[in-house]
Ligand binder design. Structure first.
Ligand SMILES: NC(=O)c1ccc[n+]([C@@H]2O[C@H](COP(=O)([O-])OP(=O)(O)OC[C@H]3O[C@@H](n4cnc5c(N)ncnc54)[C@H](O)[C@@H]3O)[C@@H](O)[C@H]2O)c1
Length: 256
């Protein structure tokens, strides 16, 4: 797909990887729909793209809320007449051990709280389900086909301290395969991206600095990735009509 003149929505795009994607898509002639939770820097993100000569529209939406997501995807088509690309990027971290015993007493002193599990499932799994479903509804009704790009992670293979996140990201990769099969007849492709460690606010603010330093040492290319490199991976998926039903690792060689 050539992005020129197309409409591309990126969830969670007020900052980080999502914003880098919205910027890149706009530079290729698409109108980028910047959407994020109410209160996020949506207007600033839209302004930055417009100031650089691109087209962007901001619409707040919490991806974990069905009515919000239905309204978002419907409004995009009502306002612009089409929907060509949907990147299901919104995500959060709530890391913690599954269960932990005290070294001395050997008795369990800590466990992952249900709300810690549920918060991740609500945004990173249900949010992807809802935004993927509603994007597909609009793409099918518009009749132009489309591309859906869910954001997975290398943690989908099972990362220590991320029971909740790993489960959600594995689910995202599985849904991507299902959608590539079910939606092919509508000329909709679906391929996920699994970033490694990317220098975004999520990682720099939410991950413990000791954990970050440990990971940085074992990334084969010797550095973290940049949001623009993940945006480039999304562009590759959009432009290459053969790519569907897979998760592409963009990780600098690190595996979990
Ligand atoms: N940064 C990394 O190293 C890394 C690695 C693997 C996967 N990922 C995935 O890439 C995606 C983007 O991550 P990032 O590093 O840019 O994170 P980020 O925290 O910098 O940006 C995420 C954005 O999502 C928004 N968001 C959170 N909850 C939302 C909700 N309920 N509805 C709508 N928007 C919501 C946030 O407000 C934020 O703007 C996430 O899905 C993340 O899991 C990131």
């Amino acid at each position: 797909m050539d992005l020129n003149g197309k409409i591309a929505v990126v969830t969670g795009s007020a900052r980080g990887i999502g914003f880098a994607m919205a910027e890149l898509f706009a530079s290729k002639g698409a109108t980028s729909i910047i959407t994020d939770v109410p209160g996020a820097a949506i207007d600033e993100a839209v302004k930055k793209i417009i100031d650089n000569g691109g087209k962007a529209i901001g619409i707040p939406c919490d991806v974990s809320k069905e009515a919000d997501v239905e309204a978002l995807m419907q409004k995009i088509v009502d306002d612009t007449g089409r929907l060509d690309v949907a990147v299901l990027n919104a995500g959060i971290l709530r890391d913690g051990v599954f269960v932990k015993a005290d070294k001395e007493t050997k008795k369990v002193v800590k466990k992952m709280a249900l709300d810690q599990w549920q918060a991740i499932i609500n945004v990173n799994l249900t949010g992807v389900f809802l935004s993927g479903r509603e994007a597909a509804v609009q793409m099918i009704n518009c009749g132009n086909g489309g591309v859906i790009i869910p954001m997975s992670s290398i943690a989908r293979h099972g990362n220590m301290g991320q029971t909740n996140y790993s489960a959600a990201k594995a689910g995202v990769s599985a849904m991507t395969v299902v959608w590539s099969k079910e939606l092919a007849k509508y000329k909709i492709r679906s391929a996920a991206i699994a970033p490694g460690f990317i220098a975004t606010p999520m990682v720099m603010q939410d991950m413990k600095s000791e954990a970050l330093a440990k990971w940085e040492k074992i990334i084969p290319i010797g550095r973290m990735g940049e949001p623009e490199e993940i945006a480039h991976t999304a562009l590759y998926i959009i432009e290459n009509e053969l790519i569907t039903g897979i998760t592409i690792d963009a990780s600098g060689g690190i595996r979990i």
